[in-house]
Design a protein around this ligand. Structure first.
Ligand code: KMH
Ligand code: ZN
Length: 310
């Protein structure tokens, strides 16, 4: 087995500040968490940008550049830029940072799905919300379709190829792997791939051992086991750690972070680095060594980190 690549997804665009005071959203908070996660064992840091004043998801490339450069100044970890963005952003807005930053790695969402977290709003009274945008945002996901059409995926593939950015393919459902196969047949992408199975989003595949094995099996049949490396996200607690344990055993890789899960133990809020530390402890128990950022670059097939534009 390859060494274990751990990705830390620090903030995302779905978790809101009211849910946890540990959610980083200013560039300095994000850089501090990135450094702590890298020190704990994360080789890759997945970033979204947020308005530094109120934590609202933001697609401004200058904000992404500030966050990415602050991280790069202080750690050798891979900086993976989201192109998934947040609710209400157009695909064009979501892609804006790739031409500006030319990152080594960027997320590439493989299909449209319902993407909801509206049940979270039921836990709060109107006065509980920390910022005024949050309640409407969370409730609004009940009617949110995360758009990733073939037309926009074509533009994402062409843009990432132009800027020498490797896609991190995010597959939330079995059909998404068939979409990737179509992109391959159309000459827009070619193996080997870095695929992340995103399990547990309300609107797509659940996170459990059967769904992980089913989606992995489908990927192996479509692409051949030697043509991709895979990582898994388990959204929610304890699914994040269940999926991590399976990936550690099965030769896959793992993403954790407050973007996907806010708990370290039942009802106990986590800091990002604690989530990484827990995966490192699991890996130690299974005697699976953890990769450095440069070892992860070699496994995923990334270019020289100095070629980025931040
Ligand atoms: N929010 C995650 C469930 C992206 O940023 O492009 C998936 C994600 C996608 O991280
Ligand atoms: Zn993300």
């Amino acid at each position: 087995m390859d060494k274990l690549i751990i990705t830390a997804a620090l903030t995302g665009a779905i978790t809101v500040p009211t849910q946890t005071s540990h959610l980083p959203f200013t560039p300095d908070q994000l850089a501090d968490d990135a450094v702590k996660c890298a020190e704990a064992g994360a080789a890759s840091i997945h970033i979204h940008a947020r308005n530094p004043k109120d934590g609202r998801p933001d697609s401004d490339p200058e904000l992404f550049a500030e966050i990415a450069s602050k991280i790069k100044e202080r750690t050798n970890a891979i900086v993976c830029i989201t192109t998934g963005g947040g609710m209400g952003m157009t695909p064009q807005e979501r892609l804006r940072s790739v031409p500006v930053l030319a990152p080594e790695l960027a997320s590439f969402n493989l299909g449209s799905i319902n993407f909801s977290m509206h049940p979270v709003a039921r836990r709060y009274q109107p006065d509980d919300w920390r910022f005024d945008w949050e309640q409407q945002y969370v409730e609004g996901t009940e009617n949110f379709i995360f758009p990733n059409t073939f037309g926009s995926m074509k533009v994402f593939a062409e843009t990432m190829a132009q800027y020498n950015t490797r896609p991190e393919f995010e597959a939330y459902d079995l059909g998404h792997l068939y979409n990737l196969k179509f992109l391959e047949k159309d000459g827009l992408v070619k193996p080997p791939y870095w695929i992340q199975f995103v399990l547990g989003v309300l609107g797509a595949l659940a996170a459990n051992p059967r769904t992980l094995i089913t989606i992995l099996d489908t990927a192996e049949r479509l692409f051949g086991a030697s043509n991709f490396h895979w990582s898994v996200i388990g959204v929610g607690y304890p699914q994040e750690f269940h999926m991590a344990a399976m990936a550690i055993m099965m030769g896959g890789h793992v993403r954790v972070g407050l973007e996907d899960n806010i708990f370290i133990r039942r009802r106990m809020l986590a800091e990002n680095a604690q989530l990484v530390e827990k995966v490192v402890r699991l890996a130690e128990e299974f005697e699976r060594p953890v990769s450095t950022p440069d070892e992860a670059r070699a496994i995923i097939g990334l270019r020289c980190p100095e070629a980025v534009n931040f």
